[in-house]
Design a protein. Structure first.
Length: 249
């Protein structure tokens, strides 16, 4: 049970940290700013009135994407929280200059669109710009945040495991301690350290902040991200234990 909890907790912690660092790397913000350009262009009543059936489907998908965005304030707060957690004053929030240049070109194309079909065609330009950013500074920016983040994660786990080792040795009678008890307490406290780190870093991931996306579960996840994480952790651990039990029987 402890091993399953440790594996699940480690997976959650690394995944959430990676999402926070990916958001900091800038590509999600670049995509959301493109969506903002499109949304502003759609304010023209003639644009939506001229939409045919296929283009209406594009507009519906676009609205769902717009609703799923974190607010600019939420993204700024999450990036600030991440940099405080990492304690890396050399890192700066916000878009890279190259992303700003790409957005300038996209703004021209979006402004020139006269129909929803022409507006949808700018999505190809957005994807091409995203690929150029991926070949540019986005991976380096991700690495600059993720590696210090993993160091902090391992620090939390290591401190928890050390505490469990010390407590286990003391409770079990010193150097001749029961190995099973020491191992269990070491693992348990290591899991505790991973959980504490994840509860901290989850507020650094902008998608966990409140946004306009409908749905009870998503509203719960964004309004109470720590509680939602603990719920998912419990359910996933239970599912993992059930799977192991079924495989062994």
């Amino acid at each position: 049970m402890l091993q399953a909890a440790a594996l699940v907790t480690a997976g959650f912690g690394i995944w959430i940290l990676a999402r926070a660092c990916w958001d900091y790397a800038g590509l999600p913000e670049f995509q959301d700013r493109y969506l903002q350009l499109v949304e502003d262009r759609l304010q023209d009543p003639e644009m939506e009135h001229a939409a045919n059936r296929q283009e209406s489907g594009y507009l519906r998908r676009l609205r769902r994407s717009l609703q799923a965005r974190p607010s600019p304030a939420a993204r700024a707060a999450s990036q600030e929280a991440l940099l405080q957690l990492l304690n890396r004053p050399s890192l700066a929030p916000g878009l890279q200059p190259s992303a700003g240049n790409e957005l300038t070109g996209l703004a021209v194309a979006v402004a020139a669109a006269r129909t929803p079909g022409e507006l949808a065609a700018t999505e190809k330009l957005r994807r091409a710009a995203g690929l150029r950013l991926l070949r540019g500074g986005v991976p380096r920016r991700f690495r600059d945040a993720f590696l210090p983040g993993m160091a902090r994660y391992l620090d939390f786990v290591g401190r928890g495991s050390s505490l469990g080792l010390a407590v286990g040795v003391l409770l079990a009678g010193g150097l001749s301690a029961n190995a099973d008890l020491v191992g269990a307490l070491t693992t348990l406290c290591g899991v505790g350290g991973a959980v504490i780190f994840t509860l901290t870093v989850i507020r650094c991931e902008s998608r966990s902040w409140p946004a306009g996306q409908p749905g009870v579960w998503l509203r719960l996840a964004r309004s109470y991200p720590q509680a939602y994480f603990l719920l998912r952790l419990t359910l996933t651990t239970a599912a993992a234990l059930l799977a192991v039990y079924l495989l062994r029987t």
